[in-house]
Design a protein around this ligand. Structure first.
Ligand SMILES: *Cc1c(COP(=O)(O)O)cnc(C)c1O
Length: 229
């Protein structure tokens, strides 16, 4: 058995266990294989092992790889995104996880408008309030959601976060919980066109805690593909 297949099987079992522990349906916590820096062959290998959904973090790398992956994978974009590169994602990704400002959302709407489509997006929130991290400030989330929701060619489907790093995943739990509570708060505002369905949170070191706190998309790289060098 290949180690990628092995890793994927183990992660799926751990996802299922975390869902069972927290009374959740395993179908509601999807695995996004974070494949940045890993070659197309490994993506095909993961696909052969049953993994359909992949998240890329760099636009240029995605463009090159997307052309050389043979399997019919579903792509998400999960990394920091510059407006001038949005055009390269147009129509090629099913979900953009990392929208954190109005100018970027406007460009996504403009590009998807050219193909007469609607881009599903998540709003990235800087839950740790870290200067070094992307993401909308918590205090600005409600206003930003309203402004972005008014754009014609995108739809807000939920929230994403990259919380501060801790060795102990229990220390990340409050940030995951905060993202879930923010989503509930936005949901209660009933902003037209906004669906707070997805919570993209949890990575290799902390995805079980994220699932216990409501994650619907966990983005896992290292635990599938090994360390990145
Ligand atoms: C690389 C990456 C991940 C995966 O991180 P691992 O610790 O390798 O599981 C998750 N989210 C984003 C945005 C990433 O860029």
């Amino acid at each position: 058995m290949s180690s990628i297949r092995n890793n994927i099987d183990q992660i799926r079992a751990r996802i299922a266990a975390a869902c069972a522990n927290s009374g959740r349906n395993p179908a509601d916590a999807r695995l996004v294989a974070a494949s940045k820096v890993k070659p197309a062959e490994l993506i095909d290998e993961a696909f052969a092992a049953g993994q359909q959904l992949f998240g890329e973090s760099y636009v240029q790398e995605f463009r090159d790889k997307e052309a050389s992956v043979h399997s019919p994978v579903e792509w998400h974009f999960i990394g920091a995104l510059q407006s001038n590169k949005v055009k390269y994602l147009r129509g090629k990704v099913e979900l953009i996880h990392s929208v954190d400002r109005l100018s970027l959302a406007r460009e996504i709407s403009r590009q998807w408008g050219k193909i007469d489509a609607v881009a599903p997006i998540l709003l990235q929130v800087n839950v740790g309030d870290e200067n070094s991290k992307a993401g909308c400030a918590i205090a600005e989330l409600s206003e930003l959601t309203k402004k972005i929701a008014a754009l014609p060619h995108l739809q807000i489907r939920g929230l994403m976060c990259l919380p501060p790093y801790f060795d102990d995943p229990e220390q990340v739990r409050p940030f995951f919980r905060q993202l879930r509570e923010l989503a509930a708060k936005i949901d209660a505002e009933q902003i037209p066109g906004v669906i707070m369905k997805e919570l993209s949170m949890g990575m290799s070191g902390d995805f079980e805690v994220a699932i216990e706190e409501g994650a619907t998309l966990v983005r896992i790289g290292t635990a599938i593909f090994g360390e990145r060098d």
